[in-house]
Each structure stands twice: as C-alpha cells, then as structure tokens.
Design a protein around this ligand. Sequence first.
Ligand SMILES: O=C(CO)COP(=O)(O)O
Length: 151
Amino acid sequence: MNIALIAHDSKKALMVDFTTAYQDILAKHQLYATGTTGQKIMDNTQLNVHRFQSGPLGGDQQIGAAVSENDMDLVIFLRDPLAAMPHEPDVNALIRLCDVYNVPLATNIGTAEVLVRGLEAGFMDWRPNYEHGSLNKDIRANLAHGDIDRD
Ligand SMILES: O=C(CO)COP(=O)(O)O
C-alpha cells in the first residue's frame, strides 16, 4: 500500500512517536510524506520515506494529486486544528480529495491508530489492486532500491 504521512508542526513529535511505534507495520509499505515530516521520520526511525515538497510549498497538493491518480491508498494527516495555516486551502483540498476518492484518511492520532492496526489486520483488502501511475512506479523503484536522499 502507498501511505502518506503528514504532520503539522505541533504534531510532528507525535508523528515520530507513531511511526516509531508502528515501524514494523509501516516498513512493509511504500511511505510518502511532506518534506519536513518525512525528514523527521527518517531522522528518528529506520523507515524510508519519499519526501514531497514541504506542506506550505505545495506538498499537500502533490499528495492530493497522487490521491487523484489513485496512487495513494491511505493518508495519515496529523493536522493542527488550533492554528491558522497560510496554506489552509491546500490542507482542505487534500482532505476533500480523500473524500472524493474514498481514500481512508486519519486527521488525528486516534483514527491513525485504528487505521494502521486495521491495515495490519487486513482491513484494507477491500481496496482493489489499482495499477498505480507511472510517476509513482519510478518513486516505488527508488524506494525498493533504497535510493532515498536522507539529508
Ligand atoms: O504543512 C504541512 C501539511 O499541511 C506539513 O508540511 P511539512 O511536513 O513540510 O512540515
């Protein structure tokens, strides 16, 4: 499965805790993240993550584009409901696209726990094996070869 991991600044430590706790499950999947979130995950775990742009610089939109291409199977987005974001429209657009394409989306840690445990239990098997897009295939090939820039 292709899994997107995104966390606003106040939730980044929580995302690191989450990805550390569920590292064994997440390692079986292809992981994607917005720029800073992905860097923090890679700095603190052994997970390989393909990093898109930072959220305010278009990362949410890139992940939204992947959702619209059926290239994302699960989105975990630990958003901050108490802070105004300059890129609020991008955040809302990503959440909206998950609803458009029926992609399971967690916007808080409680739902994230349920989704990742459900993933491991096989609850994502309803999702057909989509032929992911060609851009995505390149990224997956890089992930498979460990060709990830961890800097
Ligand atoms: O702002 C974000 C999502 O809206 C997250 O972006 P970063 O992971 O680059 O901080």
